[in-house]
Design a protein around this ligand. Structure first.
Ligand code: PNS
Length: 160
């Protein structure tokens, strides 16, 4: 029996931190479905299609990872793709409150889905998509934080 994991998020845009968690997840799932949320309560910089395409570029060459957009509830998406675990990254104590709330709500909605929290590599623990967007918007160098294609996409976005 193969274990399928779902790694959901906004990925606006995907960072080296997300890439690190994808790699770590592959140590205990056979297949990982990266779910790009259409609605997460935030107004994204990148369109849904752009976020999916950037993720696909970043995970190219990893046959056990699939990238797909989803709308609606995460638990419904997880059920559709046959996932038994949802993976979320936690970087700091400040992440915990929101993550705990989500994990408990998701369990309430579907108790067959387990939430697994992963800790990123220490050197990436400060990283977030929102900080990357801000640094890029103000003309800073984000090459250490994102894949070169993502860096290019950010430059193109802010050149407009
Ligand atoms: O990267 P983010 O923005 O922290 O990801 C949040 C996300 C997309 C995982 C969360 O908003 C989500 O699961 N959205 C789908 C809708 C849903 O199921 N909401 C109830 C969650 S308890």
């Amino acid at each position: 029996m193969s274990r399928v994991g779902v790694y959901p998020g906004s990925f606006d845009p995907v960072t080296r931190g997300h890439e690190d968690l994808i790699r770590r997840s592959l140590r205990f799932v056979d297949r990982l479905v990266v779910g790009v949320a259409e609605h997460s309560g935030k107004q994204p910089l990148f369109t849904l299609e752009e976020r999916v395409e950037l993720l696909k570029t970043v995970v190219a060459g990893e046959p056990r990872v699939e990238v797909t957009a989803f709308r609606g509830l995460l638990v419904d998406f997880a059920r559709r793709v046959g996932a038994s675990v949802v993976i979320r990254g936690v970087r700091a104590v400040s992440d915990f409150e929101y993550e705990f709330q989500m994990a408990f709500m998701n369990r309430q909605l579907w108790d067959q889905l387990e939430t697994v929290f992963l800790v990123p590599a220490l050197e990436l623990a400060f990283l977030s998509s929102s900080l990357v967007r801000e640094v890029a918007r103000l003309g800073g160098d984000v090459s250490d934080f994102v894949h070169p294609e993502v860096e290019r996409a950010l430059k193109a976005k802010f050149a407009k």
